[in-house]
Ligand binder design. Structure first.
Ligand SMILES: [Zn+2]
Length: 236
């Protein structure tokens, strides 16, 4: 009894005690969101993935199996506030809880079918230095805890940061920069013949995610699933 109370006190110290959505004080045992915000968090339709056949008319890439997201991101909505807390308020530990939340709700939907590794989208080294962590790694750890799929951070790295913002549209694929990411030495051998999931905190322009997909496509027989914890939605 005392031990569990002590553990709760430690968790209270580690985890913020206010709701990421509305800022209210959370009750003991609540994590991240109050019950109201947990219900209000706008989810993507979980069984409506963009499968390869749906993507193909816009972007003919047979190695990309499907693309999907957990939450819908709009300016200042609950999902946006959670991502903001994770990225800009030093609340890296929220990433694991967010990842677990998504993993729990999505593991039976088919999104993770055949996925053998989770690859967090790397951030630029300069950004990693200033922020101190890569938020997508924590989300991937949370997904891994729920699905059992291992996380690999040692296969792909970021060469530079992308500044410009455009609308999310796979029709604008010609704007996808092809030099944002690169494979680490030996990564191609590890990836060859496997199915991997790229994990990002939010997909807004789509350019970062599609750039990472393009880099992975250099590996023969690799199959890719793209996942954003949140996204702004696919523009057709
Ligand atoms: Zn709330």
């Amino acid at each position: 009894m005392y031990l569990s109370r002590l553990l709760h006190s430690i968790e209270d110290f580690v985890f913020p005690r206010e709701c990421c959505g509305c800022g209210c004080v959370l009750a003991a045992g609540e994590r991240l969101l109050c019950p109201r915000c947990a219900i209000m968090l706008p989810r993507e339709h979980v069984r409506d993935w963009w499968s390869n056949s749906r993507i193909r008319p816009y972007w003919d890439n047979r190695q990309l199996l499907r693309i999907g997201a957990f939450a819908i991101y709009h300016r200042d909505n609950i999902a946006a506030q959670m991502v903001h807390s994770l990225k800009f308020r030093q609340r890296w530990q929220l990433g694991v809880v967010m990842g677990r939340m998504a993993g729990r709700e999505l593991r039976s939907t088919g999104l993770f079918d055949d996925v053998e590794m989770l690859l967090p989208i790397p951030i630029a080294l300069s950004r990693r230095w200033s922020r101190g962590y890569n938020q997508s790694e924590f989300i991937a750890e949370g997904l891994s805890a729920e699905t059992g799929v291992p996380v690999r951070r040692d296969l792909i790295y970021r060469r530079r940061h992308r500044e410009s913002q455009t609308h999310f549209s796979i029709l604008e694929r010609q704007q996808v920069p092809t030099d944002l990411f690169a494979l680490r030495p030996g990564a191609a051998e590890v990836l060859r013949g496997h199915c991997v999931m790229l994990v990002d905190d939010v997909i807004t322009t789509g350019a970062t995610m599609f750039s990472a997909i393009t880099t992975l496509c250099d590996v023969p027989d690799v199959r890719i699933v793209a996942f954003g914890w949140s996204w702004t939605g696919m523009k057709r």
